[in-house]
Design a protein. Structure first.
Length: 244
């Protein structure tokens, strides 16, 4: 039941993407910074960072519109995306982008002001044919990696939002704050591999459990698919200080 509800929510989030896309825009935040405006995407990214201190990457598992379309693309290519060094690509993009935002803001003009609906039409992102061209371009950028490489490849390789949540989660661990995470009792695992089959991120959950590093896995999005599929109830959600 939980996974059906999760899928419904994340697909609805994708269907609303034409309305919300500007609130996730990495470009619009730079444009706003030129005018010393704190726009909607700045606010959303800040919320992601702060919430992930306690909730990790649960946003990715339950609410991300880009995740919603990628899980639909999983019907076409359900192979696990190759990881390793490829997971570092998004951090390179993110670092360059953040430097650009900071430099642009420093060089910007006017007084600093907050404008959550900057460049939207009464809060709605897509309001013209030109906007739809950009929208479908973004969709292609998200879809192509997943179609070619497998499950949520765009999340692994190019997502500009994931680093905020990885950093936030790391801050929470450093401060020893209670955090939402998945715990595993590896002693009761029977290595059936069911968790690997259902993980939308294509992670080798069985290996992660056996090595007792599931709470340290930065690519885990806390969707709970592995929890719900485990016949031995090896995995569970926990909201506590992570001691591992």
């Amino acid at each position: 039941m939980r996974q059906q509800l999760r899928m419904a929510v994340i697909i609805i989030s994708f269907l609303l993407f034409p309305i919300t896309i500007w609130y996730f825009s990495p470009y619009l935040i730079i444009q706003a910074a030129c005018e010393h405006i704190i726009n909607g995407s700045f606010i959303v990214f800040a919320i992601m960072l702060l919430s992930s201190i306690f909730l990790g990457r649960i946003w990715c598992g339950y609410l991300c519109p880009a995740g919603g379309i990628q899980e639909c693309i999983g019907l076409c290519n359900n192979n696990p995306a190759k990881q390793g060094w490829r997971n570092s690509i998004k951090y390179v993009f993110w670092t360059i982008w953040i430097i650009a935002v900071i430099v642009t803001f420093i060089l910007g003009k006017n007084d600093v002001k907050i404008h959550p609906f900057y460049m939207t039409d009464h809060g709605i992102s897509i309001s013209s044919i030109y906007d739809f061209i950009i929208y479908y371009g973004v969709i292609l950028i998200i879809v192509i990696p997943s179609f070619v490489h497998g499950r949520r490849a765009a999340c692994h390789y190019i997502c500009w939002m994931a680093p905020f949540m990885v950093i936030g989660s790391s801050i929470g661990k450093l401060l020893k704050l209670p955090q939402l995470h998945i715990e595993a009792n590896k002693d009761t695992c029977v290595s059936c591999g069911g968790c690997n089959k259902v993980c939308p991120m294509g992670l080798d959950v069985k290996k992660i459990v056996s090595e007792d590093i599931i709470s340290k896995c930065t690519e885990c999005i806390q969707c709970g698919a592995c929890i719900d599929s485990c016949p031995k109830k090896v995995l569970k959600y926990s909201f506590s200080r992570n001691s591992t």
